[in-house]
Write a protein that binds this ligand. Structure first.
Ligand SMILES: [Cu+2]
Length: 148
């Protein structure tokens, strides 16, 4: 392939990528308030799900004794006793499944007090990159055909 064609292909790729990124407007970050209840020896709910970019506020409530909540990966922590709730506010910028565990020794089964935070990736970003890639490959195919 000649240099001129290669440069043209790169220009097309950059244009297509930026076009599809513009078309796929990123999901507006949502503000979410989630209440997690702690009791011996579990959390309710056991799993919380948010989208990447969401601004998350966790209200943390204990219904019996002193409990804690530590989010692995985000390294965030709060605690609560009945009548005195805890709160964590953060932007869910890391995707994946993170363990949330009790950070206050609260009894025999304290080490088993676990729940999960799931942060789902922004699929639209992947979608637009995929679209750009498909358009790019089709333009290569078309160019190669014309050369023949
Ligand atoms: Cu506990």
């Amino acid at each position: 392939m000649k240099n001129g064609k290669l440069i043209l292909l790169i220009i097309i790729f950059v244009l297509l990528t930026s076009l599809s990124l513009t078309l796929a407007q990123p999901e507006a970050p949502r503000e979410r308030e989630i209440t997690i209840e702690a009791y011996k020896f579990a959390y309710n709910p056991e799993i919380i799900e948010v989208n990447q970019g969401d601004k998350v506020t966790i209200r943390f409530i204990s219904t019996d004794v002193h409990h804690g909540l530590y989010i692995d990966g985000y390294e965030l922590k709060t605690d609560a006793i009945p009548g005195h709730e805890g709160e964590i506010t953060f932007v869910a910028n890391k995707t994946g499944k993170f363990t949330m565990r009790c950070s206050v020794t609260c009894g025999a089964f304290h080490p088993y007090m676990i729940s999960y935070l799931k942060v789902k990736p922004d699929y639209r970003l992947f979608g637009s990159i995929l679209l750009a890639l498909i358009l790019f490959l089709s333009s290569i195919v078309l160019m190669v055909r014309k050369e023949r």
